[in-house]
Design a protein around this ligand. Structure first.
Ligand code: SF4
Length: 324
């Protein structure tokens, strides 16, 4: 599903298992063989229910966790197993914005210190004055006043804090930004402002985004392409409009059916039932297709054979035995 060299990011058969304390034979299979790519200047949305492994994928990419298996290739360089000191160059190219703007900022540091920290961490040979100028520019870039530099995080609203987090991520001029549920905790009106701001940055600086969310309706407006994850597996990948027009995977269909619709007639016309049942534990995932315990179309083969990703044409990929 990937073409080496053509993409800014390639994730190949990524696996992230976490050992269980006290039991050498058990592991939480948080991510279990995920592959996708992101082109330069593209926004790739990764969606799925809480606990499906989206954030674990992000943490493996930025190397907050070392992957159990598979490859992460950034700008042609395999960064999967680089040591911490070898990651400096890769980290200049990619940054991450987390969900909770309250815990993401150190309350004891001023906004100036928070913004200058990544510049210092990356050993940039900048004078104190140059760092101060960059911090000032970073705040202005996200629509905040440079007068805020000497204030502290508790003086800001959630939306303002998330802007500060984005300013801190962008201050090192990355090519690639991971937004891990970065707008989920914000009010809807603030979400729209932040999304528009990210869109403007993409046009202006050619940024590439991995946009992680549990809300398919939001991802639609943000992403060029979307990947749908379930229980550590990628189930479907295609252009974002296509996923609404022609969802192929039963899980994607169920996710879309669970989005509230304002018009009741439209809701009646959509006959796909919302997904029933609970997500199985990643400690003991089911054999065969990971979704078979909840799938209304499950067949005998689904209980024993794990489906492979199939190319349905025009960049639409689906992992389901219905399309054998
Ligand atoms: Fe459903 Fe089978 Fe397709 Fe899995 S492989 S989604 S169980 S039909």
């Amino acid at each position: 599903m990937t073409e080496t060299g053509k993409h800014l990011l390639e994730v190949k058969d990524l696996k992230q298992y976490f050992p269980v304390a006290g039991n050498r034979h058990l592991a939480v299979r948080a991510v279990d063989g995920v592959s996708f790519f992101i082109d330069r200047g593209e926004t790739f949305g990764l969606v799925g229910e809480s606990g499906c492994g989206k954030s674990t994928v992000a943490r493996a990419i930025i190397r907050l966790n070392e992957p159990t298996d598979g490859q992460v290739i950034l700008d042609g360089q395999d960064i999967t197993h680089l040591k911490e000191r070898e990651l400096v160059t890769a980290r200049k190219k990619m940054q991450m914005v987390f969900q909770d703007p309250y815990s993401s900022l150190n309350g004891r540091m001023s906004i100036r210190e928070i913004l200058e920290e990544p510049l210092i961490a990356q050993n940039r040979k900048l004078s104190k004055e140059e760092r101060a100028l960059k911090a000032r520019e970073a705040l202005l870039r996200v629509g905040l006043s440079a007068d805020y530099l000497n204030r502290y995080p508790h003086e800001f609203s959630g939306g303002q804090r998330q802007r500060i987090c984005i300013a801190r991520a962008l201050i090192v001029n990355p090519e690639f930004l991971i937004c891990d549920e970065a707008i989920s905790a914000l009010d809807v009106s603030i979400q729209a402002q932040v999304v528009n701001m990210l869109g403007d940055f993409q046009k202006e600086y050619g940024l590439t985004y991995l946009f992680i969310a549990h809300d398919l309706s939001m991802v639609r407006y943000v992403s060029h392409r979307v990947g749908v994850m379930y229980l550590g597996h990628l189930m479907e990948v295609c252009e974002s409009e296509e996923i609404y027009r022609n969802p192929l995977h039963p899980y994607t269909q169920g996710l879309l059916a669970s989005i509230p619709v304002a018009n009741p007639r439209e809701a009646r016309a959509n006959e796909t039932p919302a997904i029933e049942g609970e997500v199985p534990s990643p400690l003991s995932p089911p054999d065969g297709c990971a979704f078979h315990t909840r799938c209304p179309h499950a067949k005998e083969i689904c209980r024993s054979v794990c489906p492979q990703m199939k190319d349905m044409g025009d960049g639409h990929f689906v992992c389901c035995h219905l399309y054998a």
